[in-house]
Design a protein around this ligand. Structure first.
Ligand SMILES: NC(=O)c1ccc[n+]([C@@H]2O[C@H](COP(=O)([O-])OP(=O)(O)OC[C@H]3O[C@@H](n4cnc5c(N)ncnc54)[C@H](O)[C@@H]3O)[C@@H](O)[C@H]2O)c1
Ligand SMILES: Nc1nc(=O)c(N)c(NC[C@H](O)[C@H](O)[C@H](O)COP(=O)(O)O)[nH]1
Length: 656
């Protein structure tokens, strides 16, 4: 009988998940990490809004937004300057008497940029100043959002406020919403006639934030908002915005005398803390057409440069969901839809919706065009076309989320093997065994599972992405990242040097997959910076405290912990150690199915094998270690796929 050294059966979370994408101003991303798994259902039927409709609904045309220098008007200027000088706290001003217009501010910025050219680092903010990128953003008419011209530069001008600037009311109304995330209004003064309004703003980081009162009762089923406390006083930048509305309406923006000369942080920092309302308005408009938040999010991500210009580098699907919430509450009967021809059907993975075949061919051919700005949204080069062949043979072996036992997820072992049961030529060496068709099948299988699990040996050997790269899957032209499987890595001693350059994290940053959960043992030494970094990407470390008699993590504990985090199905891909262990008799009750891609090759005795412990019968004679049942063999290209079931029937298990 097996001895279990169970120290504790529940998962220990070192900290609550913390996502650097969010701050006090944002609810946490439900799909971002353990402990926050419950995902608000995104469903509901409304006619599909066409792409043309989406294009027609843009905010501004380029013509409308042409930068017209404000026409000076004596009376107006007088009132403006009066207002500029009127500051009860600080009399006088350290700014030039005549404010610059936007074109002047941009010219000045360009001159400074030129002067600093050699000192320039390669920060992303500078990258967004690339005129080619601006051009791409301006030319592109296919994005769900339409940036006004020079947006990234004008955002910087309005962030830095190094000189007082005077802009037209139109310009103000166009650009201010894209920078309003930086500012918090302190107070407002109006002239008697109401023509002139002065608003005083401070940098958001000057204002402290507090934890929400825990005594206030929450509506049933609502989780408390995770508010991050900010001390305040981090930046002493203050401005006033003087709006004069008359025949020639203008707005003057200038630092107040008590303000610091510069912010204590860069614009990215604020963009990470809070999203601006210009960007969120585009998301809100799209959501009012009945699109799924995850689909809107994915569409936004198809234009990363434009998104970045608009201050949306740190946009999350939760931001989109939050901004859609009001419309969705008012329209509960509407069935939300994704943008193009793919749908995620709970328990059925990525499926092609009607009429998608033609659209998908269009998208694929669009990929091969030379200029991405001429074509449909550029799809990632690693996209895989949706399988054109039937995968119905897999059905009986796949998770059926409707009839799950709550305590454990559905477990599918899926790997590719040579004729001599080797999965790679040697440990640490990735070896391709699946032909193109089998590869598509593997990605389809990934879309059918909530999580993909591998051992750290495979991570170190393969640096895998562990996402579903089928067209239509999150980040591959359609559904949002929330439908991607969660990578899970078994790494009891923390051997994996998790780093932003590893594929799993890059995939997460690109919105093409989720960040991993790394399963470690209680003794693992995890560097707090690594922990925060992984959490920042939406991943986490899970500490499992259950061992078997060999002081190895007990799979029952791992699987139970995953189930408790909302994982209903897990596909275990390898490597040799993990698979061989799970095929041992002690685990047969936990493994539902096995799907093996057999390749017509012998890798030889030096390869990594999949082979459970030998078994002896009652007389001491060798017996087969494991015989899967309900076995089916299906040729697929040069491979054969063996599907079988492992967990005994309920009656067998009860010994009937
Ligand atoms: N052909 C395929 O389908 C396929 C799939 C995956 C991996 N591979 C190949 O397999 C090789 C890697 O296999 P491997 O066996 O070296 O590594 P592995 O991926 O099985 O990882 C093994 C490690 O995981 C940890 N681990 C696993 N189970 C544990 C448990 N119960 N308790 C504690 N720790 C546990 C240990 O640190 C162990 O060293 C690579 O060459 C990779 O390319 C092939
Ligand atoms: N089905 C399959 N056929 C193969 O020929 C092969 N070598 C693997 N190997 C599985 C192993 O887990 C790899 O590390 C991940 O398949 C890589 O995952 P990505 O493609 O990077 O997402 N799997």
């Amino acid at each position: 009988m097996e001895l279990n050294f169970t120290i504790a059966s529940r998962i220990c979370r070192p900290h609550q998940p913390h996502n650097m994408d969010h701050d006090a101003d944002h609810a946490p991303d439900p799909a971002s990490g353990p402990g926050s798994w419950s995902i608000a259902p995104e469903n509901g039927s409304i006619g599909r809004a066409s792409a043309a409709q989406a294009r027609d609904d843009v905010d501004h045309t380029e013509e409308e937004l042409e930068l017209v220098p404000p026409v000076p008007h004596e009376a107006m200027h007088e009132a403006m300057h009066e207002a500029m000088d009127e500051d009860p706290q600080h009399s006088g001003s350290d700014h030039p008497a005549t404010p610059m217009n936007l074109s002047g501010a941009l010219e000045k910025q360009a001159r400074q940029a030129e002067a600093n050219a050699n000192a320039n680092d390669s920060s992303s903010e500078n990258a967004t100043n690339d005129p080619a990128i601006e051009e791409l953003g301006e030319k592109s008419g296919l994005a769900l959002f339409n940036n006004p011209p020079n947006l990234s530069r004008i955002r910087r001008v309005l962030f830095e406020c190094s000189d007082a600037i005077e802009i037209s009311l139109d310009e103000y109304q166009t650009y201010w919403p894209f920078i309003d995330n930086v500012w918090v209004k302190q107070r407002s003064n109006s002239s008697k006639e109401g023509h002139c309004t002065t608003d005083y703003y401070m940098c958001r980081l000057r204002r402290p934030t507090h934890r929400t009162s825990e005594t206030r009762p929450l509506p049933e089923g609502k989780r408390p908002r995770k508010k991050r406390v900010r001390e305040g006083g981090m930046c002493n930048f203050q401005i006033k915005v003087v709006r004069f509305e008359g025949a020639y309406s203008t707005v003057t923006i200038a630092r107040t005398p008590g303000s610091s000369d510069v912010h204590s942080h860069d614009l990215d920092f604020i963009d990470r803390v809070k999203r601006n309302s210009g960007l969120m308005e585009s998301a809100r408009k799209e959501s009012c057409k009945g699109y799924l938040p995850s689909s809107i999010y994915t569409k936004f991500q198809e234009y990363p440069e434009m998104l970045s210009e608009a201050g949306g580098r740190f946009l999350t699907v939760t931001d989109v969901r939050n901004v859609s919430a009001k419309w969705r509450i008012q329209n509960p009967e509407v069935k939300l839809i994704p943008h193009d021809g793919y749908e995620y059907q709970k328990g059925h993975g990525i499926v092609r919706s009607q009429g998608a075949a033609e659209r998908s061919n269009e998208t694929i051919s669009a990929q091969s065009r030379v200029h991405p700005q001429d074509s449909a949204p550029a799809l990632p080069p690693d996209i895989l076309s949706f399988p054109q062949f039937s995968l119905d043979f897999l059905q009986p072996y796949l998770p059926n989320h409707a009839d799950r036992r709550g305590e454990f997820p559905h477990v599918t072992l899926s790997y590719a093997s040579s004729m001599d049961s080797k999965i790679s030529l040697r440990a640490g060496m990735q070896t391709v065994l699946s032909g193109p068709e089998a590869k598509l099948m593997t990605h389809y299988l990934r879309s059918r599972h909530d999580a993909i699990l591998i051992g750290v040996g495979t991570v170190l050997a393969d640096n895998p992405g562990l996402n579903c790269r089928l067209e239509g899957a999150g980040g591959f032209g359609g559904l949002g990242r929330m439908w991607q499987p969660r990578p899970v890595v078994i790494d009891p001693t923390g051997r994996w040097p998790v780093h932003p350059d590893c594929r799993m994290l890059r995939t997460a940053v690109e919105g093409k997959g989720k960040a991993p959960w790394v399963v470690v043992s209680p003794g693992a030494q995890i560097n707090p910076q690594t922990l925060m970094m992984l959490k920042g990407y939406g991943g986490d470390f899970l500490r499992i405290v259950e061992y078997n008699q060999h002081w190895r993590l007990h799979w029952e504990g791992v699987l139970r912990a995953l189930a408790s985090e909302g994982i209903k199905s897990v596909m275990i891909e390898g490597g040799g150690t993990v698979l061989s262990e799970l095929l041992n008799p002690e685990y047969t009750n936990f493994i539902d199915s096995i799907i093996v891609t057999v390749a017509p090759t012998y890798l030889g005795s030096g390869g990594v094998s999949v082979s459970p412990h030998s078994k002896l019968d009652q007389e001491g004679n060798p017996n087969a270690a494991l015989n899967p049942r309900e076995v089916k063999w299906t040729p697929l290209g040069q491979n054969v796929i063996m599907c079988g079931k492992i967990r005994p029937h309920e009656e067998e298990r009860r010994g009937e």
